[in-house]
Ligand binder design. Structure first.
Ligand code: ACO
Length: 435
């Protein structure tokens, strides 16, 4: 058995019987390497005329995947089998990206080669710099990021037809390296400062900080603690199996769309406030409580009230019905970073009080609502000097290797077909056009 893909564990183990009227249908049952079980319904419609209805894909497995494992009940997250806690403690973002994309940790030679490839592709085509002139300075950096990543496909047209792109590794390295530069340039554009070109003598995260915070008039030194914090944040965001943006990357990719376009689509999915945009929404919510002087208890009452339409941002998760393991790690790292920088952020105090209040309230307890990855990440980004509207861009930078890993996995999957869900039509029956 291959412990990485679990191929053997996923062979037919049992059958489920579905009774529809007087007919019975046998459906194969599969198990993954961690014992998750699934009923294979792919031939159900052909055999019975029925489809399954699952709005929001709450109970639908779209694929078998060996990239990431989550146990939402137990609060477990592993990349390629490695617990997130161990990667957060010992790895860096480049190494974790290699792990996600290639399936195993790199040996020293592979690591060096990968780092070198990323260094080599850190610049963007000069013509792409001019794209920034066309965006208003008020543009949201996620819109710029998505547009610029799509723009990359116009410069590297060999990737247009993924079936015939022999050098996917080149596309992958270009993306990982250039998205970082595009993100930093978006920030510089938004504050009216000149773009700072990459300095390839720096590490992946060090180079990003350099492009973000250096100004031509002054020297800039990368703070190793900030660099470490950034590595940690990016590692924690690097993958999360079939979330909305990853599923989007797979959905778009299933049409044989090129990787740049798929990642661009993933970025737009991540932008939404129910998904990656929540980190921006958390900070805005904390700011609102701070500026209005509203009591935390009263605010918690508001988010419990269904008529208010408000939610406690950074709380709740489709999969985790326990404390998000990433939130636990970020909470500790947040204290460490703020201590190091000597920052006393009143928003951190509000976040702590909100968490304490929510976790002792039956509304949140009964619904298994715990802090998610976004609850404390924004406070760290803010301490680093990254503005609120760049938070989701940071998330995208982190999630990039995960998106790529899933796209590659999908391409090599023998079950790969265009994604095309069904529906139950509820509109008017046939009627005639009035003449
Ligand atoms: N605040 C208040 N109530 C909440 C919250 C919240 N943050 N999250 C869920 N609930 C309530 C819902 O109102 C619902 O209550 P009901 O059963 O009385 O109707 C119940 O908990 C279940 O919520 P659903 O929306 O059905 O859960 P779902 O799995 O569809 O949504 C989601 C998950 C989108 C993350 C949701 O919890 C949410 O909106 N959270 C706030 C936004 C957020 O932090 N998103 C980031 C997620 S992590 C990520 O994407 C990186």
């Amino acid at each position: 058995m291959d412990p990485k893909t679990g191929t053997e564990n996923q062979t037919k183990q049992d059958k489920a019987i579905l009774q529809l009227g007087d007919k019975q249908f046998e459906l194969p049952v599969f198990a993954g390497t961690e014992g998750e079980r699934a009923i294979d319904i792919r031939h159900l419609r052909k055999e019975s005329g029925y489809i399954t209805l699952d709005p929001g894909y709450v109970n639908t497995g779209m694929t078998r995947s060996s990239v990431c494992f989550i146990d939402g009940e137990e609060g477990i997250l592993r990349y390629r089998g490695y617990p997130i806690e161990e990667l957060a403690e010992n790895s860096n973002f480049v190494e974790t990206s290699f792990l996600l994309i290639h399936g195993d940790l790199p040996d020293p030679e592979q690591y060096e080669k990968f780092r070198q490839e990323l260094r080599q592709h850190s610049m963007i085509h000069e013509d792409m710099r001019h794209f920034y002139d066309g965006f208003p300075s008020s543009a949201h950096p996620m819109a710029i990021l998505s547009a610029m990543v799509l723009g990359l496909s116009t410069f590297y047209t060999e990737s247009d037809n993924p079936e015939h792109d022999d050098d996917t590794n080149l596309t992958v390295c270009r993306l990982l390296s250039k998205v970082r530069t595009i993100a930093a340039f978006s920030f510089k554009k938004s504050i009216g400062q000149p773009f700072i070109y990459p300095d390839n003598s720096l590490s992946y995260c060090g180079n990003f900080l350099h492009m973000m915070f250096r100004v031509p008039a002054e020297p800039y030194h990368v703070d190793p603690e900030v660099e470490r914090a950034l590595n940690l944040l990016l590692i924690l965001h690097a993958d999360h199996e079939q979330n909305c943006s990853t599923a989007t990357v797979r959905m778009v990719g299933s049409a044989q769309t090129n990787l740049y376009a798929c990642i661009s689509a993933g970025i737009t999915a991540l932008w939404g406030s129910r998904h990656g945009g929540a980190n921006q929404a958390v900070l805005e919510q904390l700011n609102m409580i701070h500026n209005s002087g509203q009591e935390v208890d009263r605010f918690v009452e508001t988010v419990k009230d269904k008529n208010s339409n408000a939610r406690l941002m950074g709380f709740g998760h489709r999969v985790y019905k326990n404390y998000d393991p990433r939130a636990k790690i970020i909470k500790e790292a947040c204290d460490r970073l703020l201590d190091h920088l000597g920052v006393q952020d009143p928003l951190l105090e509000i976040a702590r009080r909100l968490e304490e209040t929510a976790l002792s309230d039956s509304y949140f307890i009964d619904r298994n609502l715990y802090p998610n990855v976004d609850f404390y990440s924004g406070i760290m980004y803010r301490a680093i000097g990254i503005p609120t509207d760049m938070f989701t861009v940071m998330f995208a930078l982190g999630r990039l290797p995960g998106w790529i890993a899933h796209w590659l996995e999908m391409r090599s999957d023998p079950d790969d077909r265009i994604h095309r869900p069904r529906q139950i039509y509820t509109g008017p029956q046939k009627r005639s056009y009035p003449v």
